[in-house]
Design a protein. Structure first.
Length: 169
């Protein structure tokens, strides 16, 4: 699906996807080979590589973030107003990523319940945390089929992708 959309000239500044695709290393490699930044939801048990440690489950990396590294950021407007969450990130190994890119674990915490959502991200190394939170927030906005997400112009979502990375087949 992604390959066909890109071949047809559909512009994409970012790619987002749910946990099914976030756990697919082939999709990540396919996107990075095309220099397409991504924010992909992952399971808490997803094992990630940090620069100075052993492969570690995402939930353990999230648990190790000190309180002062969390920022309250609005992830965009929802049906009930602004969606405020606590956000942080953990740098991941960037071996093999496009030049000037970083890989990160993006972590969102519900301010009321404390529930976590985890995302595997890759994109420009200079990208601030608030920008990643905004991209993750646009993923929710895209679920409304009646209109495109507000402020998310060049966008792709893989909500219905299947098969080999980028093929939809």
């Amino acid at each position: 699906m992604l390959a066909r959309a890109l071949a047809a000239g559909v512009p994409a500044a970012w790619v987002t996807a749910d946990e099914v695709y976030g756990g697919n290393p082939s999709l990540c490699a396919w996107l990075e080979a095309r220099a397409l930044p991504y924010v992909l939801a992952i399971r808490c048990t997803e094992v990630l590589q940090v620069p100075d440690g052993p492969p570690t489950p995402a939930k353990l990396l999230a648990a190790g973030v000190p309180p002062e590294r969390w920022l309250t950021i609005n992830a965009g407007d929802g049906a009930k107003g602004k969606r405020w969450y606590a956000w942080t990130q953990v740098e991941l190994t960037a071996d093999g990523a496009p030049a000037g890119w970083a890989r990160r674990l993006l972590i969102r915490r519900n301010l009321r319940t404390g529930a976590l959502a985890l995302y595997r991200c890759a994109g420009p190394a200079t990208l601030p945390l608030a920008a990643l939170a905004w991209v993750a927030g646009c993923r929710w906005a895209w679920r409304k089929p009646s209109r495109p997400p507000r402020g998310c112009a060049a966008w792709m979502s893989t909500r219905s992708a299947a098969g080999a990375p980028g093929t939809g087949g």
